[in-house]
Write a protein that binds this ligand. Structure first.
Ligand code: TYD
Length: 407
């Protein structure tokens, strides 16, 4: 019997997405034979309300010197992080020599906004290649995971922090107890811990099961965040829904009693009850909808193939690894996937082994259909690719439902 990663209660998987490779493990043909797979199964802990994957590969297999995810590939995300930084500066930094730490600072897209304003900051990032990119943008970066030891060392070297920030990172960390202890040691008495991650309520509502992959060990709800950080003396003082990553939530935590609690917190708690996020039946229903989505997408691709249509993928996202491997999509369905990230280009997608090609390939050889794997950037992409549609190209989307966007 598996146990919950945060409260240690017994948990039982409610579904399996089958054999999965590392979501960002883009590879070359000579590596196909040694490719690593694990079983991607999900469970909901009824004791503490935490949605999680049951087995996670060793973090060092995922976050290393060849990590393929760079935040700056989306112009929209760069803007989002500028606004995130402005909001922190306006509400939470002390007047005298504030200090901001980011966990999982990637290529520095968030922290450079503090660096440019001359604010003391430190990025903590385990993947050396993305941390090097952050340094090129003037962001001081430490190549490390964040845990109690790191929190203590940073405090001793730099002093206490006004804010510890994270974006699309906390849900990657299997040992959140280490993070909570590190935050407890590092933050000033009125300091805040802020993080945003894909939101469980949005994933359930949209059947966006592609949020589930090796790196996303948790998909948080308010209830789960309260259960995890509460025992370390933190309370959630605000929650702010975000449109990023297909529906995220920003959680603001402070030491209990240190700051006023926004009414948005109890409103979200009531919303989660109304949505049934605490009930096992909700996850059985989610499973049924995932299976239906999988069957529909595969049927559609098989039909287009039988009709001799050219189909390519748009955006070799981490999420797409779950979609392709769960649905059984391969090079027989999709000719290539276009992606703007240089480190992914010329390689093949994990498990499904579809070639990843530079964006130019899409632009100069428009296909009949483009499967929008980067659906979370739909608005940005639709406006950039208006010419594809006006030239007769069609988009295939699968969130919230499998459908074709016609002309
Ligand atoms: P992202 O949305 O962060 O998804 P995930 O967290 O699932 O990896 O990744 C977006 C991917 O799509 C990234 O590889 C870059 C690519 N991309 C394009 O190729 N073109 C675009 O216009 C955009 C916005 C993204």
């Amino acid at each position: 019997m598996a146990t919950c990663r945060t409260c240690a209660a017994s948990i039982k998987p409610f579904m399996s997405f089958g054999r999965m490779p590392i979501a960002n493990g883009f590879l070359r043909p000579e590596q196909f034979k040694q490719e690593y797979f694990f079983e991607l199964a999900t469970a909901f802990c009824e004791a503490c309300g935490t949605f999680q994957i049951v087995e996670q590969p060793d973090p060092e297999k995922m976050f290393h010197e060849n990590y393929a995810f760079f935040t700056r590939t989306s112009a929209h995300m760069v803007t989002h992080f500028r606004e995130y930084a402005e909001w922190v500066k306006a509400h939470y930094l002390s007047d005298v020599d504030p200090f901001v730490v980011e966990i999982g600072s990637n290529d520095g897209a968030l922290l450079e906004n503090f660096a440019n304003a001359g604010i003391r900051h430190l990025g903590v990032e385990p993947s050396a290649n993305v941390a090097a990119e952050a340094r090129r943008h003037g962001v001081e970066s430490l190549v490390s995971f964040f845990d109690a030891g790191a929190g203590e060392r940073i405090r001793d070297q730099y002093g206490e922090a006004d804010a510890i920030l994270a974006a699309n990172v906390m849900c990657h960390i299997p040992d959140l107890h280490g993070v909570a202890k590190g935050a407890e040691l590092l933050l000033k008495p009125k300091g805040i811990l802020v993080f945003e991650d894909p939101y469980l309520g949005a994933m359930i509502e949209k059947t966006s099961y592609d949020q589930i992959y090796d790196e996303h060990v948790f998909i948080f709800s308010l209830k789960s965040v309260q259960s995890i950080f509460g025992p370390y003396g933190f309370e959630v003082i605000d929650v702010l829904p975000q449109a990023t990553h297909g529906g995220s939530m920003r959680y603001v935590l402070a030491r209990r009693g240190a700051r006023p609690v926004s009414p948005a917190v109890s409103q979200l708690a009531s919303g989660e009850d109304a949505q049934g996020l605490g009930r096992a039946a909700t996850y059985q229903d989610f499973r049924t909808r995932c299976e239906h989505s999988r069957d529909q997408l595969l049927d559609l691709l098989n039909r287009l193939k039988a009709e001799g249509k050219r189909v390519v993928g748009y955006g070799a996202t981490s999420k797409s690894t779950t979609v392709m491997n769960y649905c059984g999509i391969g090079p027989q369905h999709i000719e290539f996937i276009s992606d703007t990230t240089p480190i992914k280009q010329g390689k093949y997608t994990p498990g499904s082994h579809i070639p990843v090609k530079p964006y130019d390939e899409f632009k100069t050889h428009h296909p009949d259909y483009a499967l929008l794997f980067a659906w979370n950037h739909k608005a940005e992409i639709m406006s950039k690719e208006a010419g594809f549609r006006s030239g007769g190209g069609k988009w295939i989307v699968f969130v919230p439902e499998v459908s074709i966007i016609e002309g």
